[in-house]
Design a binder for this molecule. Structure first.
Ligand SMILES: CC(C)(COP(=O)(O)OP(=O)(O)OC[C@H]1O[C@@H](n2cnc3c(N)ncnc32)[C@H](O)[C@@H]1OP(=O)(O)O)[C@@H](O)C(=O)NCCC(=O)NCCS
Length: 174
């Protein structure tokens, strides 16, 4: 397995992986498959450009040549919140789960965050009941700080989101 930053040529594979994630796990993501399916590859590519205006970086985990997992980090533009970043878009393809790929991706995101002097905190949200993802984030040092009721509406029911955070000054976990 290799983990590296995604670049523009990875856009098509990233699109396929995320639409699979949104389709297979509607409870896990705030974005829906329907919202993204109609967007061209160029929309995904623009997000991977080095000077992407969205202010985000993406990391991919590869099994051989295949992009099998992804996680992103997005940055706050507002002056008073620039010490915070958000881990988002975590997805590992079903065939590659349970091999440490998710953990490697979180570590890549956190290592990148630790290298940015303006950052102090990484936050994320995870749907209540998504035990695999919650366990992964806990394993990587994230702690819960609240639960947002009715965070997303999925198929006529509401799903709560657990908010988690990591203080980047805490020592790295082994
Ligand atoms: C959550 C997800 C990313 C985990 O990816 P993964 O590559 O299988 O995870 P790893 O193999 O790296 O596991 C790392 C840790 O996560 C935890 N974990 C992973 N899968 C788990 C499961 N099914 N049950 C319990 N704990 C689990 C374990 O603590 C594990 O550490 P350990 O093996 O040292 O005990 C993957 O299941 C996934 O993509 N799910 C669907 C999409 C999703 O829920 N995304 C998260 C949105 S917030």
């Amino acid at each position: 397995m290799t983990v590296r930053r995604l670049t523009i040529p990875d856009a098509a594979a990233w699109r396929v992986l995320m639409i699979d994630g949104y389709t297979q796990h509607p409870d896990a993501f705030t974005t829906s498959a329907h919202e993204r399916a109609g967007l061209p590859v160029s929309w995904w590519a623009a997000r991977l450009a080095p000077d992407a205006p969205a202010g985000e970086v993406l990391f991919g985990a590869f099994g051989g040549e295949t992009l099998a997992g992804v996680a992103g980090l997005s940055f706050e533009r507002r002056e008073k919140a620039q010490h915070k970043a958000l881990l988002f878009g975590m997805h590992v393809a079903a065939d590659f789960r349970g091999r440490g790929m998710g953990r490697e991706l979180v570590e890549a995101v956190v290592t990148h965050a630790r290298g940015l002097p303006q950052l102090r905190v990484v936050q994320l949200t995870v749907s209540q009941g998504n035990h695999a993802a919650e366990a992964l984030y806990t394993r990587c040092g994230f702690a819960p700080f609240g639960v947002e009721p009715f965070a997303v509406a999925v198929g006529g029911t509401f799903v709560s989101k657990i908010h988690m955070w990591l203080d980047l000054r805490t020592p790295r976990r082994e």
